[in-house]
Design a protein around this ligand. Sequence first.
Ligand SMILES: *[C@@H]1O[C@H](CO)[C@@H](O)[C@H](O)[C@H]1NC(C)=O
Ligand SMILES: *[C@@H]1O[C@H](CO)[C@@H](O)[C@H](O)[C@H]1NC(C)=O
Ligand SMILES: *[C@@H]1O[C@H](CO)[C@@H](O)[C@H](O)[C@H]1NC(C)=O
Ligand SMILES: *[C@@H]1O[C@H](CO)[C@@H](O)[C@H](O)[C@H]1NC(C)=O
Ligand SMILES: *[C@@H]1O[C@H](CO)[C@@H](O)[C@H](O)[C@H]1NC(C)=O
Length: 651
Amino acid sequence: MSLLRFGSILLLLFGHSLATPRSFSLDYKNDCFRKDGEEFRYISGSIHYSRIPRVYWKDRLLKMYMAGLNAIQTYIPWNYHEESPGRYNFTGDRDVEHFLQLAQDVGFVVILRPGPYICAEWDMGGLPAWLLNKKDIVLRSSDPDYIAAVDKWMGKLLPMMKPYLYQNGGPIITVQVENEYGSYFACDYNYMRHLTKLFRSQLGEEVVLFTTDGAGLNYLKCGSIQDLYATVDFGPGGNVTAAFAAQRHAEPRGPLVNSEYYSGWLDHWGSRHSVVSSAKVAKSLNEMLAVGANVNLYMFIGGTNFGYWNGANAPYGPQPTSYDYDAPLTEAGDLTEKYFAIREVIKMYHKIPEGPIPPTTPKYSYGSVGNEKGWRSLQTISDALETLSFSGPVKSMYPQTFIELNQAFGYVLYRTTLPVNCNTPTPLSSPLNGVHDRAYVSVDGVAVGILERDKALTVNVTGKAGSQVDILVENMGRINYGKYINDFKGLVSNMTLGKDTLTGWTMYSLSIDEAVSQGLLGETKPTDLPPPAALSLPAFYQGNFIIPDGIPDLPQDTYITLPKWRKGQIWINGFNLGRYWPTRGPQLTLFVPANILSTAAPNIVTVLELEEAPCSSGLCSVEFTATPILNATVQSDYKHQRRLFTKDDLL
Ligand SMILES: *[C@@H]1O[C@H](CO)[C@@H](O)[C@H](O)[C@H]1NC(C)=O
Ligand SMILES: *[C@@H]1O[C@H](CO)[C@@H](O)[C@H](O)[C@H]1NC(C)=O
Ligand SMILES: *[C@@H]1O[C@H](CO)[C@@H](O)[C@H](O)[C@H]1NC(C)=O
Ligand SMILES: *[C@@H]1O[C@H](CO)[C@@H](O)[C@H](O)[C@H]1NC(C)=O
Ligand SMILES: *[C@@H]1O[C@H](CO)[C@@H](O)[C@H](O)[C@H]1NC(C)=O
């Protein structure tokens, strides 16, 4: 056949397929979705591109595809794309369009959850902290300033998403509006109506819009609204019939949908690692598929809260860096027993694609990076203020919050002086529990104690009048769920010394990530002073390691562990891997993706240790291992927290 003729046949075929328009809709009569006119049921998995390095998106998507899923679900975190008002970032790891394109190329349809609020154990549930510039803003409501910001953001985002709608040739079959709104106190129908209009006007009349709420009538009451198809979420182990009965109450006809079927569960620092058995997950999945329901497994791969992106629950309990979630694919994308258990269940209902499953990515144990490899003590935070505080200090009578200082994440140094002689131990306190979230206190360059939200409101200090008091405050992640999401950071109320309110503050907003990645921190001379007993000043340390020659396929992924260190933040080659806190657990290792490592030059490990580095005792080392540890035993209020944050009781 001539090339010309072949071409014209292709054109004919192609032309024919164009003649049948792509469509995706709800079929109320037959209780199902319809794709291009055919009955369609999705078996989907959640994957958050914001928690996975871009280079691994395809690998994770392929593994999901080979499990038998035909759809993926993702959130879009607003604060990840608009870190300051009007400055948008959709490049590199934040290139959501590329992610959608990959998902389509792999063979998926996409369930999009653009918020504006997403929960997701993500800082402030995805809302940008700068919304708090209006102090008394009512988030997730008709508050005009909130609405104005939402309109502007959605006016940017939704037109970008529109070409990716299924009917426009893209992968997106359904779009969620808000998230579990029925669990929020405001219950503002005008807000939900406004969002509905906004989404409709940006995306068109045809797209299937939906809501997701806990599977209980009390949640659906404020969460569901006309023109948005109501779906529910619930985990394994409960009564599937009863859970879907709740959805049926809101939607007497239409497809059954569990938008978040919990394949695992989240963690908190200081609580035991959550584990959900594969057998339990497989059993309820089977029950749901047997009744023809559409299911999205939340999460199918959790990934990592790199940098400062983790959220927190109330009473204040921040989530760790790993978002492994005990999901069927691990934080690093590894295949698990749960993956295969789920695949076996799906096999009974859908055809599983032929061909090999992409293997678990190899991990390499680079070993220990110790003193002999040239660890250096860098400056303390207090010594490096000129480098770290690009904008210079701000002075005020009373302390200001992060937002007032125009800083969203990380650390701020608050400095003042003792107004009187404190010859005997005198309580330095935050009587209104206003240290958000953890503070490292020193007097005249000597570390004296730690304050922590909800846990430690007082330290005793001694010193002469005029002694310098430094309080380094760490933002450990904003509350992402419930009514306390207006989570201001820093010193959010006054500090007292004895009975007096402390005044005359100098505050340094700190650009630590810039200073680390640009290598601006100076070295300090080793001192002959004996190591302090309990605490030292928050300070930087730096080591490096070379990836060995002659071993094929390096660099590979690895995990870093900091056994003798206490709490802090860690960067490799300027990339912020996240927080470490082995003294609280349960996470002991941080995932290090290969793409941040270099074979061409030594890899630089920078540690900000907040409490006490092991360096003075000659053990200034970190370890690279091939196996993650996310479940170290911790002393915990596990049961208490588990009860507070579980959704099992919604059934
Ligand atoms: C945008 O985000 C990417 C990925 O996180 C980052 O590499 C890049 O520096 C960001 N761009 C700007 C201008 O902040
Ligand atoms: C599950 O719930 C349904 C509907 O509420 C009820 O009829 C059924 O008995 C329950 N099944 C079990 C095992 O409790
Ligand atoms: C502060 O010192 C007082 C008196 O010595 C003592 O009773 C109190 O427990 C100390 N408080 C803290 C938080 O260490
Ligand atoms: C600190 O106390 C002063 C005086 O009572 C008050 O005006 C101010 O609002 C307080 N500041 C904070 C952050 O609570
Ligand atoms: C942690 O997980 C590993 C691997 O699954 C298991 O062997 C170990 O017993 C667990 N440890 C704790 C303390 O739960």
